[in-house]
Design a protein. Structure first.
Length: 161
């Protein structure tokens, strides 16, 4: 399957019956999933701060990487449309994103003349609430509703101990 972005055609690995649209949302800065052949949007819109130039599904089809004009790359959960972790940053526009064959690495290429390699952590297994609490204790941080890390304040720390 091929998806056109900025007048270029690039093959994208993706689950059957799903297409990614980023090119049609240049002004919106969003990524959208569409079901084939019904041409109906599925899931929620994955918002960005700026124009989306590159998208690719992970080898297992469970996540999606996107690269944008403002120099950020994001990893998204396909099922929920929520970001997975913090943005991966370049100094200039992220032109391409690509997963390793086993999905453990993501490479991003930028107009800043760099290609960066990002190790992608494997999912943590266990009860969701226990995992969240453990991560708060280990890092002193939590994920906010936008999927970004923020420091815990003193009152939150007291609740954990």
């Amino acid at each position: 399957m091929r998806v056109s972005l900025q007048n270029e055609t690039k093959p994208y690995r993706c689950p059957e019956r799903i297409v990614v649209n980023a090119a049609g949302t240049w002004d919106e800065g969003t990524v959208r999933l569409w079901e084939v052949p019904s041409a109906k949007p599925i899931g929620i819109v994955m918002p960005h701060q700026n124009h989306v130039l590159s998208v690719e599904f992970s080898p297992d089809g469970k996540s999606l990487a996107s690269g944008t004009w403002d120099g950020t790359a994001r990893l998204w959960d396909v099922a929920t449309g929520k970001p997975l972790g913090s943005p991966m940053l370049h100094k200039r526009t992220v032109r391409d994103v690509s997963f390793s064959p086993d999905g453990s690495m993501l490479w991003t290429a930028s107009f800043d003349r760099t290609v960066r390699s990002w190790s992608l952590p494997q999912p943590i297994k266990g009860d969701v609430q226990q995992v969240i609490e453990r991560l708060k204790v280990l890092t002193g941080m939590e994920l906010d509703s936008a999927g970004l890390f923020r420091d815990l304040d003193a009152a939150q720390w007291r609740e954990l101990h």
